[in-house]
Ligand binder design. Structure first.
Ligand SMILES: Cc1cc2nc3c(=O)[nH]c(=O)nc-3n(C[C@H](O)[C@H](O)[C@H](O)COP(=O)(O)OP(=O)(O)OC[C@H]3O[C@@H](n4cnc5c(N)ncnc54)[C@H](O)[C@@H]3O)c2cc1C
Length: 514
């Protein structure tokens, strides 16, 4: 029932076909919008890649000025059955923003802050997270989800992937901070969904589908700190209220295009304390996590020896693993007391390398963590590559040590080198096998490894994607993650929003369109 392999391969290979009407479509898009449109070979090449291993050449690229440009393009794409994909910073790791149709790049023009309120900000989707952070800081505010790619990634991309980052442990992921969105749907219909009970008629249809299924959804969804796999049906209703906008979180632009978002902001914490710890290896570090969590840190991040260094890692580094543990507080004396207690307990099983409240020292240590994935990607030497299919699993932190043993045994069995780092406090590890992808490379090897890892994660109540999303790489594993009943709901939801399958086809649900 779940064998979607051949369907997945068909859809992906259709996407890989270059559609040969760029001149005509480009001229048409330029005519119906007020914004720049490109379709020359060079631009199409540039937009054929993101931060994944995939490459798909689009037909046309447009830089919308406003929601009316988006509306006109949606109408046009829908009448001609041309795929439409949004693009932010292009930092997605699974091919989410790649398509052979029309690319809407929001970064150039739709990048403004529209309003800053006491505890919220309203923005256009193309604003870069770092630019927004700088502006909010002037008001003493911040939005906690902060991917290591924050210098490039956009709010539109963060909503569509339900992005997180190190502080999700203390503050939650993007899904907790989006209180409303304005959207444009397939066919060019305007939509909206807000926490205050304002939502359009298309979103209303989703309520009708979900209400009778609340019990099933509660039972099936993983009980982990963050999750970007499939659609986040479990987040739409809670004890207090209905959060209609959350249907768009982690939806990878497959349901609607976000043209405006209202985001909640928090006060920047007064004081921070960072402990930098060293462990003999990753397993020991993972074993310590449940003890560390009792002290209520806001971030617990792991770096193995490989992700700690820039290039040409020494094998001995495998014997070393570090954790960054951060605490926040409003009163410095109380914070220091908490940190002292923590240090006394943790020094029984780890070496404390540094313990500081000095902001400059804290930033310096964090820089190493922020550079982890860049360091890992630099391990690509010729055809030897750190491959990214199992790079974002999450399990309950109490199971993390068991997961690390399982994972490292698997890597040993397949005789591959590997790297492990990530958000250990959440139970979310980023791990990549480093594989020779030259002549003797068989894709089935990676598929086999991924199937084994995903089986472990799913059977232990975790998720195959905590924060990076599914994209092209993991779409075929979504039915395995949730089972057929939930997957059928995903397909019904996709049909309601986008029955022609124009919006980012090949992502989230494998659906041919009608
Ligand atoms: C070095 C590096 C470090 C990273 N670290 C982290 C991390 O710590 N935490 C984390 O969560 N992720 C991380 N990521 C992954 C990635 O950066 C995030 O998922 C990011 O939020 C993607 O944003 P983007 O603007 O680049 O989106 P893109 O890659 O451009 O697009 C991502 C998805 O968003 C959709 N989209 C974009 N705009 C809109 C819109 N207006 N409406 C609807 N859909 C839209 C696209 O169609 C696509 O499906 C990292 C990536 C890299 C390369």
């Amino acid at each position: 029932m779940f064998e979607l392999g051949s369907q997945h391969n068909n859809i992906v290979s259709n996407l890989l076909k270059v559609v040969n009407m760029p001149n005509f479509t480009g001229q048409e898009i330029a005519r119906i919008t007020s914004s720049e449109t490109l379709w020359d070979a060079w631009s199409r090449k540039i937009y054929s890649v993101d931060a994944s291993n995939f490459q798909i050449e689009p037909m046309v690229i447009n830089y919308p000025q406003n929601e009316f440009d988006v509306q006109h393009i949606c109408e046009y794409a829908s009448t001609r059955n041309i795929p439409l994909v949004c693009r932010g910073g292009g930092t997605g790791l699974l091919g989410q923003c790649l398509s052979n149709g029309i690319v809407l790049d929001f970064v150039r023009n739709m990048n403004k802050i529209l309003e800053i309120g006491e505890n919220y900000v309203v923005v256009e989707p193309g604003i870069t997270k770092h630019v927004l952070d700088l502006e909010l800081r002037k008001h003493g505010k911040f939005i906690p989800p902060n991917p290591a790619s924050s210098n490039y990634c956009t709010i539109g991309g963060m909503i569509a992937n339900n992005s997180s980052g190190p502080y999700t442990l203390g503050y939650g992921s993007m899904i907790s901070y989006v209180s409303g969105v304005d959207t444009v749907y397939s066919g060019g219909v305007f939509g909206y969904a807000y926490d205050n009970g304002r939502f359009d008629t298309t979103v209303k249809k989703i309520t009708d589908i979900l209400v009778p299924k609340i019990g099933l959804i509660k039972r099936i969804y993983p009980k982990v700190n963050k999750n970007s796999c499939g659609y986040r049906l479990d987040s739409i209703f809670d004890e207090e209220r209905f959060h209609p906008q959350r249907i768009f979180l982690a939806s990878e632009g497959t349901l609607g295009i976000v043209t405006k978002a209202k985001l909640l902001t928090l006060n920047i914490p007064e004081f921070r304390h960072l402990c930098f710890l060293s462990f003999p290896d990753v397993e020991e570090a993972a074993r310590s996590i449940p003890h560390i969590l009792k002290h209520k840190p806001v971030a617990v991040e792991l770096l193995d020896g490989y992700s700690n260094v820039k290039v040409n890692p020494d094998d001995n580094l495998r014997k070393n693993c570090t954790l960054l543990v951060e605490f926040h507080g409003e009163i410095i004396t109380q914070l220091e007391k908490r940190a002292k207690n923590f240090e006394i307990e943790v020094s029984q099983f780890a070496q404390v390398l540094e313990s500081t409240t000095d902001p400059a020292s804290i930033e310096k240590i964090w820089r190493q963590r922020k550079n982890a994935l860049n360091n890992v990607l630099k391990m690509t030497v010729g055809s030897r590559r750190p491959l990214g299919i199992i790079e974002d699993t999450i399990v309950d932190p109490s199971l993390l040590a068991q997961f690390v043993v399982f994972l490292t045994n698997l890597y040993k069995k397949y005789k591959v080198d590997y790297v492990i780092y990530g958000h250990a406090g959440d139970g979310n590890l980023h791990t990549r096998p480093i594989i020779e992808t030259g002549q003797d490379f068989h894709e089935s090897l990676v598929e086999e490894m991924a199937s084994n890892v995903f089986k472990f994660v799913i059977s232990h109540g975790g998720s195959i994607s905590a924060e990076h999303g599914d994209g092209l790489a993991r779409v075929k594993y979504i039915p395995k993650m949730y089972g057929v009943d939930i997957y059928r709901i995903f397909v019904r939801i996709k049909e309601i929003f986008d029955k022609k399958n124009i919006m980012n086809p090949g992502k989230k649900v494998l659906f041919e369109g009608k």
